[in-house]
Design a protein around this ligand. Sequence first.
Ligand code: NAP
Ligand code: MG
Length: 407
Amino acid sequence: MANKIKVKTTLVEMDGDEMTRIMWKMVKDKLLLPYLDMDIDYYDLHMKHRDDTDDKVTVDAARAIMKYGVGIKCATITPNEDRVKEYSLKKAWKSPNGTIRAMLDGTVFRKPILVSNIKPGVSSWKKPITIGRHAYGDVYSNTEFAIPSAGLLELIFTPQDGSKAISVPVFNFPDKGIAQVNFNLEQSILSFARACFTFALDEKIDVWFSTKDTISKIYDAGFRDIFEREFEINWKDKFSKAGIEYFFTLIDDAVARIMKSEGGMLWALKNYDGDVMSDMIASANGSLAMMTSVLVSPNGWFEYEAAHGTVQKHYYKHLKGEETSSNSMALIFAWTGGLRKRGEMDGTTEVVDFANKLEEAALATIEEGTMTGDLLLLAEKKPTNRKVNTEAFIDAIAGNLQKKLNG
Ligand code: NAP
Ligand code: MG
């Protein structure tokens, strides 16, 4: 083996759980370590280790991303009651993704990996549609309650400075009912806008933003206005130099247009819309295992991961000694995304080239017909198609990578 490629700045690595932890090690051992000389700041986010450290390891990992700029994360268990029993945990710790996202003030962008032999559910889509989901407030941190009887519902806002409280009548209930109050923060919406414009400029793609501003004239229209102001002040010139556009449209119109578009844009959405639409885009592209995810902070920090979870069912099969056919594409693309970003930040073209070649090798493997079980069901039927197990898939990619590196 010739000299390894030197990755100049430290990369932050976050290991994870279950089947993805098994694949993570194979990816490192077979696709990365033989070729790269990396200085890695390693954080083990295994469920048990998070518990042992009272989740301090997650906080330390987030701080390391703030220090070095780029982190790469394996999927991790978000514990519920079952997991508390399974791993004898002190408590159901918070989602590591939630903790890291809050510390980085980041926005998550999900982008499908496209291969020529798997056609998206929407035939006009030629390029990946990236979803940017605002991940603060709205229905996810609402206050909701059951109205027990007839009566007046009012909202009261009490200013901290002691000035007069504001009271808004909401509804005069004739009888029992239900109610919900949502909120958001201007600063959070602004960070979301900045993360979206940063990501789009980085990828050289248009930004579409859509809310229900015709009905919600203060809340949804507020999102629209914050985006518009931020774009005009800080991004308009950069976008026009890059030949890309920003436009806002009513969510109904955006849905209709997306279905007829050829893709290739960033679609920015409020929290709930983004939750739902990202699942739609994922299923229209086939497999969760072909969806990448990157957390972009307005401070210029990046965290790459797969959009899927720890593939628990496959892991239990693996523990029983049964053969698995789990797809490592999104995990591989988490590494290539992080390496490419590191290379761009450090100005090391050989690192960027390596990331590109590894992606090409992975895509070529599937396009040649060698794939995991999830993809075999979706791919165009050809006699050369063959289903391989978890490890054989990574080995096939390693073979293609070696050929590419040999020129
Ligand atoms: P999941 O791990 O995403 O898997 C759901 C199903 O999707 C799998 O059973 C499998 O379907 C298919 N799938 C997902 N990834 C695949 C891959 N790489 N290759 C082949 N098939 C794949 O979701 P889950 O089972 O609901 O969640 C398991 C754990 O992951 C939970 O503890 C959850 O907290 C955690 N989670 C973590 C993250 C994260 O860290 N970002 C995200 C989501 C969930 P078949 O069984 O039909 O083959
Ligand atoms: Mg969802």
